[in-house]
Design a protein around this ligand. Structure first.
Ligand SMILES: Cc1cc2nc3c(=O)[nH]c(=O)nc-3n(C[C@H](O)[C@H](O)[C@H](O)COP(=O)(O)OP(=O)(O)OC[C@H]3O[C@@H](n4cnc5c(N)ncnc54)[C@H](O)[C@@H]3O)c2cc1C
Length: 510
């Protein structure tokens, strides 16, 4: 029996992100995974712009960009004839407020490897081959039961254990929705010597199609197609031979042999989500809480963003600093996002089904909004009572906090996102009028907030990008959450102090 702050069940992208978020804030974390070794399957092969921002905060984006690939074109063929090439991000350019113009193509196992490496920087390793079979909770904590008979005691338990989540079942929450057997797909990783690795190939015929997407840094392609069916019309399990038959039928490229299958899977369209993401001291995140069509590539991205929302709140709770109600805001903010994700991925899936029949488009028709939804509805996004600053057409509480290039106190270039990588809240004070208040709040809330007086000592908004992106004119105080959303826009320092009191219980320093 050990005693950790948080036990994370499942070391997929969701669990690993949460572990980093907790470990970098000094919380005691144990992360276990039932699989004996990490998998090497390409699965969710795309990081979206918003997720790249999140991973920059965690210190992983640079390595993800070096491992993966940006700007891969889609190549469409019909009856074996090349129709066109398209690039979804052709016109996308980084802007001062959004540094990542497009997504990154990268295998899911590679993302997980980078996250494990980052987690190791904080001295935490994944305990592979360790399965949780149940748990009990009481007023002080949770006791989880492992297959080897060990009992693990922790303050909180988070089920990041995927679509078949055992934690979810033990919590007794509902997982309502549909499973559509008729819309199954075979997926896998195979080598295809002789096929160009410069594009994402999509071969269609009047009765189906097959796609091969090159996974960067490997010699394999992710294979996606409709399955072969048995006499009853039910999907047959995938084999290398069936992949070859499907490929020959739709791609019609002679002389290509598919080899080296490292992953073969039958995937069914499920559209399901929980009705609760928290019961007492037990939480759910990622696929354990919501599963949906892969169109739009939102699954892994949404799981990472669940973890990013929960991490800082749970870290405050484990430090005994979270104000009552803070942990409730996880479900309040992320359950509507789960519902939105189910809706948009189902819509995008239908759009792709239609688009592949047209000559001009294919899977790239499934383009989700790059920056997600924000949390305008949240109780953490209350408007300022002073309402004397901030253009609501530009930015409101609950919105994603934008980036902006500035200069630091020594005149060196620094982006706001680099500053936001600090695990605390960030207070930006625009103008000399609020500089004194900024200094005072920074000193009072040192452990909870880092603060910068803009154009009054700490930071220079030399080209006005920060003021433009935040929709403010001087004087203005902008409080940014640790997960880089706007907490408050105000001119009144007392409102900042009152807001922080709603988040954390610890008294400001004398
Ligand atoms: C073909 C395909 C393409 C996809 N494309 C995309 C895409 O482009 N973009 C995208 O964002 N998503 C995509 N997805 C979805 C993505 O793979 C999932 O959403 C993602 O894996 C969810 O991450 P997770 O960490 O929540 O769960 P998982 O990755 O499922 O991880 C759960 C972990 O928990 C462990 N576990 C389970 N039960 C227990 C237990 N009882 N005790 C201990 N450990 C346990 C498992 O071993 C596993 O490692 C795709 C999926 C597929 C199949």
């Amino acid at each position: 029996m050990s005693d950790d702050d948080v036990l994370i069940v499942g070391a997929g992208p969701t669990g690993l992100t949460l572990a980093i978020e907790l470990a970098r804030r000094g919380a005691g974390v144990r992360i276990v995974d039932a699989a004996p070794v990490p998998h090497r399957e390409s699965r969710g092969k795309g990081l979206q712009p918003r997720t790249l921002e999140v991973l920059e905060d965690l210190g992983v984006t640079e390595r993800a960009l070096a491992t993966g690939r940006t700007r891969l074109r889609y190549r469409k063929y019909f009856d074996g004839v090349h129709v066109n090439d398209t690039d979804r991000f052709e016109d996308a350019r980084p802007t001062p407020d959004a540094p990542y113009a497009g997504g990154v193509l990268i295998g899911q196992w590679q993302v997980e490897e980078l996250l494990r490496e980052r987690l190791a920087d904080f001295g935490v390793g994944v305990e592979q081959g360790t399965e949780v079979i149940g748990f009990e909770q009481d007023a002080d904590g949770v006791t989880a039961f492992l297959t080897d008979g060990e009992h693990v005691r922790a303050g909180y338990l988070v089920g990041c254990d995927g679509g078949r989540s055992r934690v979810r079942k033990a919590m007794g929450v509902r997982f309502d929705g549909t499973t559509n057997e008729a819309q199954s797909m075979v997926v896998g990783d195979v080598a295809a010597e002789g096929i160009s690795r410069d594009v994402w190939h999509q071969w269609f015929t009047s009765d189906g199609g097959v796609m091969l997407c090159p996974i960067p840094g490997t010699n394999s392609f992710q294979f996606q197609a409709g399955p072969e069916l048995d006499a009853n019309g039910d999907p047959l399990p995938p084999t290398l031979e069936s992949f070859q038959r499907i490929f020959d039928r739709h791609a019609r490229v002679p002389g290509i042999t598919l080899t080296d299958p490292t992953w073969l899977s039958l995937w069914r369209v499920n559209v399901r989500m929980v009705d609760r993401m928290r019961v007492g001291r037990v939480f759910l995140a990622g696929d354990a809480a919501h599963i949906h069509p892969i169109a739009g590539g939102l699954g892994m991205n949404t799981g990472i963003q669940d973890a990013y929302n929960l991490g800082w709140k749970l870290a405050l709770a484990t430090a005994g600093q979270a104000a009552p109600g803070l942990l409730d805001t996880y479900e309040e903010e992320r359950l509507p996002v789960a519902a939105w994700t189910l809706g948009i991925s189902t819509e995008l899936y239908a759009r792709v089904q239609e688009a592949v029949k047209e000559p001009g488009t294919g899977v790239e028709a499934a383009a989700p909004p790059p920056m997600g939804t924000g949390y305008r509805w949240s109780s953490l996004a209350t408007p300022s009572a002073s309402a004397t600053t901030g253009d609501p057409d530009v930015l409101r509480p609950g919105d994603r906090a934008p980036d902006a290039p500035c200069l630091d106190a020594s005149g060196r270039p620094v982006r706001l996102f680099q500053l936001y990588a600090d695990p605390r809240f960030t207070l930006l004070g625009f103008g000399t009028e609020v500089a004194g208040a900024v200094g005072k709040l920074a000193a009072e809330y040192d452990g909870l907030v880092q603060a910068f007086a803009v154009d009054a000592g700490d930071l220079r908004d030399h080209e006005g990008h920060a003021r433009r992106a935040y929709g403010v004119t001087d004087p203005a105080l902008v409080l940014v959450r640790p997960d880089n959303h706007i907490a408050l826009l105000t001119t009144d320092p007392a409102e900042i102090a009152a807001y922080l009191a709603r988040i954390a219980t610890s008294a400001p320093k004398e």
